[in-house]
Design a protein around this ligand. Structure first.
Ligand code: ADP
Ligand code: MG
Length: 238
């Protein structure tokens, strides 16, 4: 697993500055949340870390080393999206196997790894089902298993529970948190849901309009909000 450091990260789209010098420091094995309203720049930040999107200024370090010039496929990062993006024409087994095939891992090794992942996300018996034949929670577990197949050092979750109904959402939050603790994988969760951030995170970065207002433990966000904005979200006093 890796520590992650984001230093003065800046990004503009069409001259509109959507990330304004973002700084974040995440210890190895920690889970943190990026919490903020729609449009504040959460997905942009994750996509930049994943290497799907480039950036204008700043740097990203894994274990102290810049990953600026490392292409997406070699970053040891996995990203899971709200919409799962499973391949509809592949069954559960094949979806999870996909990344391993890309990496040219041998068939017997692939089978072993996929079976481990199926056990891990508790999808035994569903190997031959297609995405259209399983529930939202199961699809999300396939997406998570697929992302873990490449043994990422950093896991990025972009509002992974938003499409799930409320009961399933709670169950999946607990499931992912248990998995994170078990694997001790450095994780960044993007969410606009305060309760979710509170339940799942060692630390929360409160993001508003392309800026991180405060990056702190849930306790400190409650007890020592550093601004009116943060106090309005968390604070007992303003
Ligand atoms: P969030 O994930 O917090 O909802 P995003 O990171 O998706 O926010 O978007 C941040 C801002 O950047 C928004 O104003 C959005 O409209 C803009 N934006 C995101 N992607 C693009 C793009 N590809 N082209 C232009 N503007 C974009
Ligand atoms: Mg988003």
């Amino acid at each position: 697993m890796s520590s992650v450091k984001i230093v003065n990260l800046n990004k503009s789209f069409n001259n509109i500055n959507v990330l304004k010098s973002i700084n974040l420091s995440i210890n190895e094995g920690e889970i943190i949340s990026l919490l903020g309203p729609s449009g504040c720049g959460k997905s942009t930040t994750l996509n930049i870390i994943a290497g799907i999107l480039d950036f204008d200024k700043g740097d990203i370090l894994f274990d102290g080393n810049s990953i600026k010039n490392i292409p997406t496929g070699k970053r040891d990062v996995a990203i899971v999206f709200q919409d799962y993006f499973l391949f509809p024409h592949m069954n559960v087994f094949e979806n999870i196997e996909f990344g391993l095939k890309m990496k040219k891992i041998k068939k017997c090794e692939r089978n072993k790894k996929v079976q481990e992942l199926i056990d891990l996300v508790k999808l035994n018996g569903y190997e031959k089902k297609y995405p259209s034949q399983i529930s939202g929670g199961q699809k999300q577990r396939v997406a998570i298993a697929r992302s873990l197949a490449i043994n990422p050092k950093v896991l990025l979750l972009d509002e992974p529970f938003s499409n799930l109904d409320i009961n399933l959402r709670q169950e999946m939050r607990e499931f992912v948190l248990n998995l994170q603790k078990k694997l001790k994988i450095t994780t960044i969760l993007v969410t606009h849901d305060k309760e979710e951030a509170l339940m799942m995170s060692d630390k929360i970065a409160v993001m508003v309009n392309g800026e991180i207002k405060q990056f702190d433990t849930p306790k400190n966000l409650y007890e020592k909000p550093n601004s009116k904005v943060v106090a309005n979200i968390f604070g007992e006093r303003n």
